[in-house]
Design a protein around this ligand. Structure first.
Ligand code: ZN
Length: 173
């Protein structure tokens, strides 16, 4: 096998794993290349486990400038697997946004409680039931119900810690 013969299905799986973005949590650029965690010259390993999606910039920082070490990149890969298994797309994006903004409070629209259900279950976000907008339904048969249209969440201390670990490339397992 040559350096360029990464099978198409493995290439696709590596890109899907990272959501077709750079796998470095603080980067997430949309232009991606496939990088070998243990270099091809050393490993001759084109397996899914040894490959990660990086943008050209991060790829150079890792491969040539050695600004990221192999263990760190292995940890980013390991964390991607956990994030994909445990959290939804919306939650993963929210972790990235919060890692950059350091916000401790955020407001979500209708069905926001469903979008962050896993992270709430893990104790990272807390709904303090702030009165927000609601939709009042009154049927002519006497049915009456109020549906919340906004949800306000606090990022807990555990959530801050998790987001920090995720963003720094520490083990989130
Ligand atoms: Zn990058």
């Amino acid at each position: 096998m040559s350096r360029d013969s990464i099978p198409a299905e493995i290439r696709r799986a590596v890109l899907v794993e990272a959501g077709h973005r750079c796998a470095i949590p603080t980067c997430r650029a949309t232009t991606t290349e496939i990088a070998h965690i243990v270099p091809w010259a050393e490993s001759h390993d084109h397996s899914f486990e040894n490959l990660i999606a990086l943008c050209p910039n991060c790829h150079t920082r890792f491969d040539q400038k050695k600004e990221m070490d192999r263990l760190a990149v292995k940890m980013y890969k390991h964390n991607l697997g956990i994030l994909n298994n445990r959290y939804g797309e919306f939650e993963r994006r929210l972790f990235e946004v919060l890692a950059k903004s350091n916000e401790r409070v955020f407001v979500l629209g209708a069905a926001g409680d469903l979008l962050v259900a896993n992270a709430v279950k893990d104790g990272f976000f807390e709904d303090k039931h702030v009165q927000g907008m609601s939709l009042d339904i009154n049927g002519d048969n006497g049915f009456s119900k109020s549906f919340p249209m906004t949800f306000t969440y606090w990022v807990t201390d555990a959530g801050v810690e998790f987001i920090k670990r995720f963003s720094n490339g520490n083990d989130i397992a």
